[in-house]
Write a new protein. Structure first.
Length: 131
């Protein structure tokens, strides 16, 4: 009779267990990173589909595409800031113009005329000085 002797599996050494644990941890990290990359790809793809002007994002690898999206977001933020500043400047300009009109009307009521000339610039003159 030929009986093969049952050889028990070797009991893993503590070092082998530590290596196996580290490998499992690295595989979990890899899986998490791949999942995150899939989510980033989905965001970039959705941006390209929903906004035809972003078709240039097709060029380059995923990092290039994400960088292009970030730059567009930064440009947009600056554009929004400049629109806000322009609106604020326009409001200030309207306020100054209204104040100037009020001042001119008050000066006229007091007998002074608003004058602008190359030599003296903007100034008020007495109505009697104009004749």
């Amino acid at each position: 009779m030929n009986h093969s002797a049952h050889v028990p599996a070797p009991v893993p050494a503590p070092v082998d267990m530590a290596i196996a644990t580290e490998i499992a941890h690295l595989q979990e990290q890899r899986d998490a990173l791949l999942s995150a990359l899939d989510k980033v790809r989905a965001v970039v793809d959705a941006a390209k589909r929903e906004h035809p002007r972003l078709r240039h994002l097709v060029i380059g690898n995923l990092a290039d595409q994400v960088q292009a999206l970030v730059l567009l977001a930064v440009d947009s933020a600056y554009a929004d800031e400049w629109v806000r500043r322009a609106a604020s400047a326009e409001a200030h300009g309207e306020h100054l113009c209204a104040g100037q009109k009020h001042l001119i009307a008050a000066a006229a009521a007091a007998g002074f005329a608003y004058q602008v000339d190359a030599e003296r610039g903007v100034h008020f003159e007495s109505a009697g000085d104009l004749s």
